[in-house]
Design a protein around this ligand. Structure first.
Ligand code: FE2
Length: 174
């Protein structure tokens, strides 16, 4: 039997909740993966926000008479693939930069996921879920904007891990 409109909405909320829970684990991995106190602090803040998002989604599920599914949604499958390349970095410098790139891309995966939740909940007349989706989506966008300048900042630190003097420019001859 096909799911009805409300069951589908609940499944989307469960998927979003599962995504936030999975992302919390991924960010925890990023924190454990670095010795840089600045990156640790940024990701710790990010975890607090992600956990709050999961709690708000759970509260909405409960209000609709449902619970988190404990299952895995579409976004979790994408995350799982991403974590397969988690330990592929060449060195500490690349690792920091690559984890920032991954975190930045996760925010955009979430942004897309909430866009679909907002659209579907609006069209079925659940304005409360749509408003929650918009609120969380705005938080993902704000986090992405905070992460973006860190990518270039940490990419530049890679020079310290090369031979020769820091600050050297490559002498191109062509
Ligand atoms: Fe999130």
């Amino acid at each position: 039997m096909a799911e009805n409109a409300k069951e589908r909405l609940i499944r989307y909320l469960q998927d979003a909740h599962a995504a936030e829970t999975g992302i919390d684990d991924v960010i925890k991995g990023f924190i454990d993966d670095t010795d840089d106190p600045n990156i640790k602090a940024v990701f710790q803040q990010h975890r607090i926000e992600t956990q709050s998002q999961a709690q708000r989604l759970e509260a909405r599920l409960k209000a609709l008479g449902a619970d988190p599914s404990g299952g895995k949604g579409f976004l979790n499958m994408v995350l799982a693939r991403m974590s397969e390349i988690m330990h592929g970095a060449h060195d500490e410098y690349d690792k920091n930069t690559q984890n920032l790139i991954k975190a930045y891309s996760i925010e955009h995966l979430e942004r897309g996921m909430y866009e679909s939740l907002i659209a579907y909940s609006s069209v079925v007349g659940d304005d409360v879920t749509a408003a929650l989706g918009r609120q969380i989506q705005a938080e993902e966008e704000a986090t992405a904007q905070k992460l973006f300048p860190l990518i270039q900042q940490y990419a530049k630190t890679a020079l310290a891990g090369t031979e020769g003097l820091a600050g050297n420019r490559i002498a191109y001859t062509a």
